[in-house]
Design a protein around this ligand. Structure first.
Ligand code: MN
Length: 715
C-alpha cells in the first residue's frame, strides 16, 4: 500500500516547490472521513484515495489535483460523512472543492451496463460535464485503481465494470493522450471480459518470449550501430504491444496470432527534431518502408498533442516492424498526454487559458492548420467546438443528446412523435417543470403525456430541435387542413342546397373532377379545402354546375346568391393573400373604413369582418382568424349607429336630421326616447364612407344647441 510520504516524494520530484501542506491536510481529512470504512479487499477505505493520489502523482499533476484525488470520495459518501462542497471550499479552497464536486457529479450519473451502444454519448457527456479537465484525470485514476483491484468483485460485476471501462474510460484516456493508462485499463478489462482470448494471446507471447527477446536485442543492436555511424545519440526501446491491441488487430484484420508479425514495436528516442528525421532516413535506407504506414505526427501533431514519426518497415526476416521515432520531450507528452500540461507548472501560475475547460483543444485548432485526418481531428474536438450540446437521461437511463437550450418539448419529440404531440408536462430530476424549462446536461427527464392532448402553436417558441419544430408544424398544418376541409364542405353544401343540388352527390359525378382540375387542383379534397381556406368561394364552384345563364339571368342569379348580404360585401376589404373571397361585414360592430378590422372564417359563409375590438370577435376561435385590410381602391358607404343625448327642445330632431344630411351622411333609421327628466336619447343608423367622415358628422352634431353627448355605439 502506498503511503502519503511516497506521494509527497513523487510530487516534490516533479516540482520541488509543490504545495505539500495542502496534500498533507487533504490526507488527514480524508483519513478522518473514511475512518471505519472498508474496501471489498478488506483493506481500510483510505487505501483507495491514497492509490488514486499516487496515480495522479505519477501523471505529474499539481498538488491541487493530488489533494482533490485524496478527497475524491468524501462527498460521494456524504450520507455517512456529511461532507459538503462548502466544507471542502472552506478547508481547501475553491479549486479543490470544484474538482471534487465535479468528480462526484460524474460518479453519481445513472449509467447502466447495457449501454455499450451509447458509449460515444456517455463519453461526450463525461467530457462535457467536467468544467476542469482535472476532474476527468481524477476519474481516470479512480477507475485505474478500481480496475487494479477488480478481483475482489463478484464475477458478473467484474465483467460489467470491465466492459464499461472498455466502452467509456479507455477511449477517454486515449482521447486525452494518456496511453499508459489506456493500455493498463484495456488489458485488465480485456482479461475480465474475455479471459479465454486474453490468456491465449498471453501464453503465445510467453511461448515465444525467449526467441522474441533475442530478436529484440538483435534489432536494437543493429539500429544502434547504424545510428552511431551517423553520430546520432539515441535510446532504443523494444516492447511488446499490449494484449488488447494485439487482439483488436487480430479481430479487425481477421488474422491469427501467427499472422501478426508486429507484436513487438520499437521506439527510437533522440534529442532534437532534425535528429528524428535523420534517424528516419537511416532506417528507411536500411529496411524498406511500407509507404502507406508512414505517419508524420511531428509535422502534424494529434489533437491531444501527441507527436512522433510512425513507420512500418520490412525487417531482417521479411517481417513487418513497427517503429516510432521521437524526442524525449515528445516521449513525455506521449506518456502523460494532456496531463503533461500540468507538470512543472505549479507555482508558476498556470496559463489561465490552459486551466480553462478544454481550451487546449482551441489552441490546437488555432495552431494546427494542416490537418491530415480531419475525421479523427473532428472527433477529438467535437466536444469543444460544439459545446452547444447537452446530454440528458430518460427515466430508464438512456442518454439523449440535445442542442443547448433544448426544452422538455424537444426531449419528448426525441422519444417519439406521439409522446411529443401528447406532452402536457415534464419532470426534471423528479420535479415538475414548465414545458419551456431549459434542460441541462445530466438531467433525468420524464415526460407526462395526456391522451387527446395536442401541440399548440406557442410550442414553436420553446422547441429548439428541427425535429420538434417540424413535427409541431406538421401537426398544425394537418389540423388546419382538416378544419378547412370541414369548413369548405359545409360552405359548399349550403350553397348547393340553395340551388337544390346535393353536394355529396355531385361530388361523385365526373363533373366535379373536371371542376377541380379547372381550378387547378389535383383532387376534390384540395378544392374543398381551398374553399375552406377562403381561396375560392362556393359560388365559384356552383356556377360550374349551373346552366350557362343569359346575361340578365346572371345578374338575377348573383342577386339571389347575395341575398341576405345586403351590406355590400364586394371589394371593400382585402383578405390578405387571397383574391375573390366572400366577405361580409359583421352586424354586431358595424366596421367603418378606417377602423382596425380583423376577419373570421365563418361556418358556411366566407369571412366575417369585425372591428378588432369587437367583443364578439374577441370571443371567437383565434384559429379561424384571418388578416384583412381595407381596400383603398374601393369607395363605399358603411352603416354605423350613433347615440345622441340632449335636453329636449322644440325642433331638436329636425336640427339633428338636417345636420346629418348636410354632412352627406344618409339616415337609415332613427329612434328617439324621451325621459322624465326632460332628456332625449336619439339613436341613428347613418351611412358614412369612413371613420373620418363619421368624426366630422359627430363633431357637427355636438355643436347643435342642447346636445350633451354624441357617441358611436358598437352594438
Ligand atoms: Mn473512488
Amino acid at each position: 500500500m502506498i503511503r502519503i510520504n511516497d506521494i509527497i516524494d513523487k510530487a516534490l520530484k516533479v516540482n520541488p516547490d509543490a504545495d505539500i501542506d495542502i496534500i498533507n491536510r487533504a490526507y488527514i481529512y480524508s483519513a478522518r472521513v473514511h475512518q471505519g470504512q472498508v474496501r471489498l479487499s478488506g483493506e481500510p477505505y483510505l487505501t483507495h484515495p491514497l492509490e488514486v493520489a499516487g496515480i495522479l502523482a505519477d501523471m505529474n499533476l499539481d498538488s491541487v489535483s493530488i489533494a482533490a484525488g485524496l478527497l475524491h470520495d468524501v462527498i460521494e459518501d456524504a450520507e455517512e460523512t456529511q461532507v459538503t462542497p462548502k466544507d471542502l471550499e472552506a478547508m481547501f479552497g475553491k479549486e479543490v472543492a470544484q474538482i471534487v464536486s465535479g468528480v462526484t457529479k460524474l460518479s453519481i450519473l445513472p449509467f447502466s451496463s447495457a449501454q455499450a451502444r451509447q458509449a460515444e454519448s456517455i463519453r461526450k457527456m463525461i467530457l462535457a460535464m467536467a468544467d476542469d479537465i482535472r476532474v476527468i484525470l481524477i476519474k481516470l485514476a479512480d477507475r485505474l485503481h478500481n480496475m487494479r483491484t477488480l478481483q475482489y468483485h463478484k464475477i458478473h460485476k467484474r465483467k460489467e465494470i470491465a466492459q464499461e471501462t472498455l466502452d467509456i474510460y479507455s477511449p477517454i484516456s486515449g482521447r486525452l493522450g494518456i496511453y499508459w493508462i489506456k493500455k493498463e485499463l484495456e488489458d485488465i478489462a480485456f482479461m475480465n471480459v474475455n479471459y479465454g482470448e486474453y490468456s491465449k494471446i498471453q501464453s503465445r507471447l510467453n511461448k515465444g518470449r525467449r526467441e522474441s527477446e533475442k530478436y529484440i536485442e538483435m534489432v536494437k543492436t543493429l539500429l544502434k550501430k547504424k545510428m552511431e555511424e551517423s553520430n546520432l545519440k539515441c535510446e532504443i526501446l523494444g516492447r511488446y504491444k499490449h494484449i488488447y491491441s494485439i487482439y483488436q488487430k487480430m479481430v479487425s484484420q481477421s488474422l491469427s496470432f501467427e499472422e501478426i508479425y508486429d507484436v513487438i514495436a520499437f521506439r527510437i528516442i533522440l534529442s532534437t527534431i532534425p535528429q528524428c528525421y535523420e534517424a528516419l532516413g537511416i532506417l528507411h535506407s536500411l529496411w524498406k518502408p511500407i509507404a502507406t504506414k508512414f505517419k508524420d505526427y511531428i509535422a502534424v501533431p494529434k489533437p491531444n498533442m501527441y507527436q512522433s514519426l510512425h513507420t512500418t518497415v520490412i525487417g531482417p526476416y521479411g517481417e513487418r516492424v513497427e517503429i516510432q521515432i521521437r524526442t524525449w520531450e515528445m516521449d513525455k507528452v506521449a506518456k502523460s498526454g494532456i496531463a503533461a500540461h500540468w507538470s512543472y507548472k505549479e507555482g508558476e501560475k498556470i496559463d489561465e487559458k490552459i486551466l480553462k475547460r478544454f481550451s487546449w483543444i482551441q489552441n490546437l485548432v488555432e495552431n494546427q492548420e494542416n490537418i491530415r485526418d480531419p475525421d479523427e481531428f473532428l472527433e477529438n474536438v467535437r466536444i469543444d467546438l460544439f459545446p452547444d450540446e447537452i446530454y440528458v437521461f430518460t427515466p430508464r437511463g438512456q442518454i439523449k443528446s440535445l442542442p443547448k437550450g433544448a426544452t422538455p418539448i424537444d426531449f419528448a419529440y426525441v422519444i417519439h412523435s406521439e409522446v411529443g404531440n401528447q406532452c402536457t408536462g415534464a419532470k426534471v430530476n423528479g420535479r415538475m417543470v414548465p414545458l419551456k424549462h431549459e434542460l441541462e446536461t445530466g438531467n433525468i427527464v420524464e415526460i407526462i403525456t395526456t391522451k387527446g392532448h395536442y401541440p399548440s402553436k406557442d410550442w414553436l417558441n420553446y422547441a429548439k430541435t428541427v425535429k420538434a419544430k417540424t413535427k409541431i408544424r406538421q401537426w398544425i398544418k394537418a389540423q388546419e387542413k382538416e378544419r378547412s376541409l370541414s369548413l369548405g364542405r359545409e360552405m359548399c353544401e349550403k350553397v348547393f342546397r340553395k340551388f337544390r343540388l346535393n353536394f355529396a352527390e355531385q361530388s361523385k359525378s365526373p363533373v366535379m373532377e373536371t371542376v377541380a382540375a379547372e381550378f387547378g387542383f389535383k383532387s376534390l379534397e384540395d378544392l374543398i379545402a381551398n374553399v375552406g381556406y377562403g381561396k375560392i368561394t362556393p359560388l365559384q364552384v356552383i356556377r360550374k354546375f349551373l346552366p350557362k345563364p343569359e346575361a340578365e339571368e346572371d345578374s338575377i342569379l348573383t342577386k339571389a346568391i347575395e341575398k341576405g348580404d345586403r351590406k355590400k360585401p364586394k371589394g371593400g376589404v382585402i383578405v390578405r393573400g387571397v383574391d375573390d373571397i366572400l366577405v361580409r361585414f359583421a352586424k354586431c360592430c358595424h366596421p367603418v373604413r378606417g377602423d382596425t378590422i380583423t376577419g373570421y372564417i365563418t361556418r358556411g359563409y366566407g369571412v366575417a369582418v369585425h372591428r378588432t375590438n369587437c367583443i364578439n370577435a374577441l370571443k371567437m376561435n383565434p384559429e379561424r382568424q384571418i388578416d384583412v385590410e381595407w381596400n383603398p381602391e374601393i369607395t363605399e358607404t358603411f352603416p354605423v349607429k350613433i347615440r345622441v343625448r340632449s335636453l329636449d327642445r322644440v325642433g331638436l330632431l329636425a336640427d339633428l336630421a338636417a345636420n346629418i344630411s348636410k354632412n352627406a351622411a344618409n339616415i337609415l333609421s332613427a329612434k328617439t326616447e324621451t325621459k322624465d327628466d326632460a332628456t332625449v336619447t336619439s339613436f341613428f343608423t347613418i351611412t358614412v364612407d369612413s371613420t373620418t367622415h363619421l368624426e366630422r358628422v359627430i363633431a357637427d352634431i355636438r355643436k347643435i344647441k342642447n346636445v350633451q353627448e354624441v357617441t358611436r355605439i358598437d352594438h
